[in-house]
Design a protein around this ligand. Sequence first.
Ligand SMILES: NC(=O)c1ccc[n+]([C@@H]2O[C@H](COP(=O)([O-])OP(=O)(O)OC[C@H]3O[C@@H](n4cnc5c(N)ncnc54)[C@H](O)[C@@H]3O)[C@@H](O)[C@H]2O)c1
Length: 329
Amino acid sequence: MKILVTGGAGFIGSNFIIYMMQKYPDYKINNLDLLTYAGNLDNLKSVESNPNYTFIKGDICDREIVTKAMKDCDMVVHFAAESHVDNSIKDPAIFVRTNVIGTEILLEVAKELNIKRFHHVSTDEVFGTLPLESKEIKFNENTPYAPRSPYSASKAGSDHLVRAFIETYNFPATISNCTNNYGPYQFPEKIIPLFILNAINNNKLPIYGEGKAVRDYLYVVDHCAAIDLIIHKGKIGETYCIGGDSEKNGIEISETVLGSLNKSLELKNFVEDRKGHDMRYAMDHSKITKELGWVPTVTFEEGIKNTIDWYINNEKWWKEILLKQSNNK
Ligand SMILES: NC(=O)c1ccc[n+]([C@@H]2O[C@H](COP(=O)([O-])OP(=O)(O)OC[C@H]3O[C@@H](n4cnc5c(N)ncnc54)[C@H](O)[C@@H]3O)[C@@H](O)[C@H]2O)c1
């Protein structure tokens, strides 16, 4: 089995490659990644010398390099994306280019090469926002699309293209929509690593608005396990919703991180709310649980402890990123 992973130098993609190479030592993996600010080959140090692993630096919008990277592959698992909502509010264009046009090019090349299976990794954010007060309401595979940020609109566009290829060309694809991930190797623009590093460095933790917006958190290795199940046992043409059963708001995240690191709650800092901030995401994952036997296995308490320990023990990894960020200012 040979898999093309796109965006494998990013947070979830690198965790997925490490997970797959451990679980399936015979599989070959091509990793196509442009190495934007979010891509980091240091994430893949543990696999870089494995003869079954090949890194290809390139853009998913470049048909020639995509064709080269996908040639002889049985399967594509597509993570590459611009992934940070705040960046999409400042500059939507790159989100449309990478997330929509890049996905379309991958689909076309995969169709031309008769790839047996294409898995598209997407987000719960395509479904819009849920009311804070009605905890029983969650997103599921039948929830209508209602994206509200340029990021989620671009991911929705990519999902629609995958769906269109399935319907129009009988293209062998699956889609997953997952809630917020956290864990090792997450770029410190996202809330959990940002709060951990700010707390370690005694900097304030910026909490949007009143800190009441809720996200459903899933430990990244559980997401990798879900994708593994979908690509091996999922039904072609289907969408699977993945969630962590772990709804937390900004205040809870900040207090958990500060408490775990024995830091003062005075580091909490309420800042201007994100424009168009979605108030709540939550996922009903009963389809993947019933059909493929997947459940989240890592509790939020275990996952956040692992994650904090990882950032404490991998100072070199994040210090280089913080240095690059301050040089770019
Ligand atoms: N992080 C989450 O909580 C979450 C939740 C659900 C779904 N997702 C989806 O999972 C995927 C991965 O998310 P992530 O958090 O790992 O993102 P990330 O930003 O950490 O990584 C994205 C990777 O894609 C690469 N990339 C960007 N543009 C590219 C291009 N034009 N060509 C080739 N490579 C390119 C980057 O270099 C980087 O390595 C995304 O599609 C995202 O929408 C993320």
